[in-house]
Ligand binder design. Structure first.
Ligand SMILES: Cc1ncc(COP(=O)(O)O)c(C=O)c1O
Length: 373
């Protein structure tokens, strides 16, 4: 390998730290010689995919010798009907990770800036870094609420995109309707606001700001959704964005023609039809959340309020060490340090028996971690 080749690599790429995903179950089984591992690390839906989606996948399997519909016509029709926006206002992709990248490629270049909350989802930063743009991170307040005033102050003439995540990953807080209204009324006209609503369907609070309402009122917003969470199709990869038609048209120019695969498109259409699965998942999530909260309270810990399918709490201990000890017991969670929350753990809401297993293993490893301090 000649030195010159490496010199030709775009320098901004060297600053990209590879994304640290939740550990897969298979890795933990192999690394620790375990047979029974539970994963509460990637905010997935523990109920599994909808039966309707599974059936649709089975029927579509014989057609995978054909390319998928590059325009995702049927899926966009279904989404258009669901959300009351035109199909030309919708773009689908290989998960939200893909749509974040496409948005970044559309709007960013060297000298451009994005404003992001911190801590929040790391792929916003990745998209900016990929395009050699600058990320301006605005800390959440001490109680993990958005600091809208500080976010507005962080906007400059070079700001192209401003991300909001609601419910926010990893903190679980959400944006209220009145707060978003007041904020959007003050965002300068040159800034496109991306509302990442990956956990939208889990929200039960009535004053939650639905991004789509603001899109319909003509604000400069893009609403980002995914089938990976409530719709339980993370492994198939399907995300979509809704925005003003002209903006969607621009983003569409950066898209690979077949960026949403055939099985994903088919399964997503079926999953949208399965209202019972959504309702059951939402109910299961709230029950699991209450179980986790009550269990942690008994152990003397306080789970932060969350509208997502995950929540964080402060352990007051070395989160990386706890994470390792939990792994050894076959329980995968997320440690706070890489998420910008040292001392915290983020736990996805699993089945009730998985929540119970987390609680008992956590109790055990905490006492050994404390003994070893
Ligand atoms: C806030 C947020 N946005 C986007 C994503 C990515 O979703 P997808 O699986 O559609 O790429 C995640 C995944 O964890 C997330 O937490």
């Amino acid at each position: 390998m000649s030195e010159e080749i490496l010199n030709n690599v775009r320098k901004n790429l060297f600053a990209i730290k590879p994304y640290q995903p939740g550990k897969p179950i298979s890795d933990v089984k192999r690394d620790y010689g375990l047979s029974d591992v539970i994963k509460l690390g990637s905010n997935e839906n523990p109920l599994g995919p909808s039966k309707l989606a599974q059936q649709a996948i089975a029927e579509a399997l014989q057609g995978v010798n054909r390319y998928p519909d590059p325009g995702a016509f049927s899926l966009k029709e279904a989404l258009s009907k669901k959300h009351g926006v035109e199909t030309k206002q919708i773009l689908v992709g290989n998960g939200s990770d893909d749509t974040i990248k496409l948005i970044s490629e559309t709007f960013l270049q060297q000298g451009a800036e994005i404003v992001v909350p911190s801590p929040s989802f790391s792929q916003y930063w990745f998209g900016a870094q990929l395009m050699d743009a600058t990320t301006v991170a605005v800390p959440l307040t001490a109680d993990f609420e958005y600091d809208f005033e500080a976010m507005l102050s962080a906007v400059t003439a070079s700001t192209k995109l401003l991300y909001l995540c609601s419910p926010n990953n990893p903190t679980g807080n959400y944006i209220r309707q009145a707060d978003l209204q007041a904020f959007l009324d003050r965002v300068p006209a040159h800034v496109l606001v991306i509302l990442d609503e990956a956990y939208n369907e889990y929200v039960v609070e009535n004053d939650y700001a639905q991004g789509i309402d603001f899109l319909k009122q003509g604000y400069n917003v893009i609403v980002m959704r995914t089938f990976s969470k409530m719709y339980a199709l993370a492994g198939l990869r399907l995300g979509y964005v809704m925005g003003p038609a002209e903006v969607i048209d621009a983003i569409n120019r950066t898209r690979e023609p077949f960026n949403a695969n055939l099985l994903a498109q088919t399964a997503a259409i079926a999953a949208l039809d399965d209202a019972d699965h959504v309702e059951a998942s939402r109910k299961q999530n709230r029950e699991g959340m209450q179980r986790l909260q009550a269990g942690l309270e008994k152990l003397g810990y306080q789970l932060l309020p969350s509208q997502g399918n995950f929540a964080i709490f402060n352990t007051g201990l070395d989160d990386q060490k706890l994470f390792d000890l939990l792994l050894r017991e076959g329980v995968i969670v997320r440690s706070g340090t890489p998420l910008g929350l040292p001392g915290y753990l983020r736990v996805s809401i699993g089945l009730l028996e998985e929540v119970d297993r987390f609680l008992s293993v956590f109790e055990k490893v905490v006492s050994s971690a404390v003994r070893n301090v």
